[in-house]
Design a protein around this ligand. Structure first.
Ligand code: CMC
Length: 391
């Protein structure tokens, strides 16, 4: 028989059992595999967290070294992929480019769809962990008209990402440890967030037994939207818009509260966090540190602070439990680092990669059935066909 109730947006529908991420939206708790996000952000690095999410335990020294080495070995992207990158117009949105390139990787690595053994899966995981940062860097470099290079094996995972993104031709590249540390933190904070829109997409696409890279490509498309990962770009564009309009935060607060006006305060509110977003707390501190260290005095940051203060004491936002989310502050750090606004959601994808992989792997290991929701039909009843001359 058919279903009699629906749950639009799955606000109250569980889709799976999962042992990866624990989230308590009322209390503002986020844990990966039982470890608190606060502790991980402070004490772990991104690759350790990736290993933890994907394989379930923190790696030993040897395991981490091996993982890092195996990733490096797999980090060469077929040179022909550069032709695909070149075929995009410079104006293409980086998320569209990244999703296409991730999907294209299947064509260049056909064995990546094998899941017959643990070893097959491990190799595919190392492949995507190695190649994805190259795709991210190429996506940005293409936009800036910079040559497409490969990474530097002597560097750590996150150091290498920054160098691949920013290295100029014929110039020495010097690492800024403050930026490396901030990016490491940002990636950790974004690494997983249980059954959000993009993760559910990865699981549902993967549930048809499409390969990992195809599933990830769909996840990237889901993340692109402004109600999800695209919010970090939207936040910055909103803040800049307010600045250009004279910096009147009160005017925009009023717009956000006006039900006739589609404007929303980007970076505010969350489907699950109804108290505070623990990631936002950590990231706000990191944003202050990075900007102070870089000596950046950004008027956009003052507007952000003003909005946050007003919203936190405004009954509209308080009653609806709308608090600044992770994306409210992440864009400010990315901007300080010199990352173009359109690349912000790509950086989110880079961080979310291990989470998507972990969730896909869990779904396959648990032999979950194909995802196939039901519906309540509200269309026409049976009607006779009218030939085109009668219409
Ligand atoms: N500005 C103004 N009003 C808002 C906002 C906002 N940012 N967010 C929610 N509301 C209002 C909404 O109008 C509704 O009011 P009412 O009850 O009077 O109709 C109420 O608050 C509940 O909102 P909802 O849209 O039903 O809540 P949701 O759980 O469906 O949406 C959300 C969650 C995050 C999509 C939404 O809060 C939003 O659009 N925020 C802005 C976009 C954003 O920052 N997204 C990033 C989310 S965090 C990163 C990630 O995980 O992707």
């Amino acid at each position: 028989g058919g279903v009699t109730t629906i749950d639009p947006g799955f606000k109250n529908t569980g889709s799976c059992e999962s042992a990866i991420t624990f989230l308590d939206g009322e209390k503002g708790i986020l844990r990966y595999r039982g470890y608190s996000i606060e502790e991980l952000a402070e004490k772990a690095d991104f690759l350790e967290v990736a290993f933890l999410l994907i394989f379930g335990e923190l790696p030993t020294k040897e395991e981490l070294l091996k993982f890092e080495q195996d990733i490096k070995e797999q980090s060469v992207v077929d040179d022909d992929v550069k032709k695909i990158v070149d075929a995009f117009p410079k104006s293409a949105h980086p998320m569209g480019v990244l999703s296409s390139l991730t999907s294209a990787l299947t064509a260049f690595n056909p064995s990546s769809v094998n899941v017959d053994s643990e070893e097959d899966v491990y190799n595919t995981v190392c492949k995507i962990m190695g190649k994805f940062p190259v795709l991210v860097a190429w996506t940005m470099r293409k936009q800036k008209g910079l040559p497409l290079d490969y990474g530097d094996d002597s560097l750590g995972y996150v150091e290498n990402i920054l160098k691949m993104m920013f290295k100029k031709p014929n110039q020495e590249y010097t690492q800024n440890p403050i930026l490396v540390n901030a990016l490491d933190k940002l990636l950790i904070l974004h690494a997983d967030h249980e059954q959000n829109c993009s993760t559910s997409t990865v699981r549902i696409v993967g549930s048809s037994h499409a390969g990992l890279f195809a599933s990830l490509s769909s996840g990237i498309s889901a993340l692109w939207g402004p109600l999800h990962g695209g919010a970090n770009q939207a936040v910055l564009e909103m803040l800049e818009g307010i600045k250009e309009d004279g910096g009147d935060t009160k005017k925009y607060m009023a717009k956000a509260k006006d039900k006739q006006d589609p404007f929303r305060l980007m970076g505010f509110g969350h489907r699950v966090y109804k108290n505070f977003d623990p990631r936002a707390k950590i990231i706000k501190k990191a944003a202050d540190e990075v900007l102070a260290d870089l000596g950046i005095d950004d008027p956009v940051l003052d507007i952000a602070k003003g909005l946050a203060e007003e919203a936190l004491s405004d009954p509209y936002f308080v009653d609806r439990k709308l608090y600044p989310n992770v994306d409210f502050y992440s864009g400010i750090i990315y901007r300080g680092m010199g990352i173009p606004t359109e690349m912000f959601t790509v950086m989110f994808a880079l961080g979310r990669l291990p989470g998507w992989i972990a969730q896909w792997k869990e779904m396959r290991n648990r032999k979950e059935p194909i995802g196939r929701p039901r519906q309540i039909y509200i269309g026409e009843n049976l009607r006779p066909f009218k030939s085109i001359t009668e219409r």
